[in-house]
Design a protein around this ligand. Structure first.
Ligand SMILES: Cc1cc2nc3c(=O)[nH]c(=O)nc-3n(C[C@H](O)[C@H](O)[C@H](O)COP(=O)(O)O)c2cc1C
Length: 200
């Protein structure tokens, strides 16, 4: 075993990001107080609570120590939208995570069509498999990253993912994920006694 205190922060980051994986990716739109759009992916992302439904993303500072646009926007306008991106969105998801100047509009850069959200101000990217409109509940900063907890105030799932009995067709949803700093797509593994789509 490698004692953790022998690792510097970069090595520790690599160790956890390659072992605690695959991680889902939250593709997040937000707006600043002037209404300018922003888009970025976050893989330190999870369900924090189901009742009420709360999602959590962890946002680290930029290398120069400044606050990323997403965090600045969420702190000032208290809203964001989490999209679950399917496999065919890989080029756009990757590009939207590239370093960019402050206030850079990745939605415009990628020419991604959007629609108005139902409750919040940030836009919804057309064609995404699942969309969660969030209002900021709280933030917590135990260390380097700021943990952003968003309460889901509206959610929708693409019709092609709803199977006949109202369940999600898990084989049709091919969400992008992250292992270390590479992308992954989910492979569904059936237990012989419990086919995919049945209760756990
Ligand atoms: C797939 C992927 C996952 C990422 N996950 C995170 C993350 O969990 N936390 C984070 O701070 N940055 C993460 N990044 C980097 C941010 O997306 C990147 O810093 C982005 O430029 C931030 O944009 P913003 O300043 O517009 O908010 C990730 C990048 C990619 C491509």
């Amino acid at each position: 075993m490698i004692p953790l205190d022998h690792l510097d922060p970069a090595e520790l980051f690599a160790m956890v990001s390659w072992t605690i994986a695959p991680r889902p990716i939250a593709w997040v739109t937000s707006v600043n107080p002037a209404g300018d759009h922003n888009l970025a992916p976050f893989s330190f992302f999870t369900i924090a609570s189901t009742d009420p439904l709360i999602l959590m993303i962890a946002i680290e500072p930029r290398e120069d120590g400044s606050v990323k646009d997403t965090l600045g926007n969420v702190l000032s306008t208290r809203q964001f939208v989490v999209h679950i991106a399917e496999l065919d969105r890989l080029p756009e998801v990757a590009r939207s995570g590239d370093p960019s100047p402050p206030d850079f509009d990745e939605l415009a850069d990628l020419a991604l069509p959007t629609s108005a959200a139902t409750v919040v101000r940030p836009p919804v990217i057309d064609g995404c498999a699942a969309v969660f409109e969030c209002e900021l509940l709280t933030t917590h900063r135990p260390g380097l990253e700021t943990l952003v907890f968003g309460r889901v105030v509206a959610a929708r799932v693409a019709e092609h993912l709803i199977s006949g009995c109202g369940r999600i067709d898990v084989a049709a949803l091919r969400p992008l994920g992250r292992i270390g700093n590479v992308f992954t797509a989910s492979t569904l593994l059936e237990r012989p006694d419990r086919p995919v789509g049945t209760a756990s």
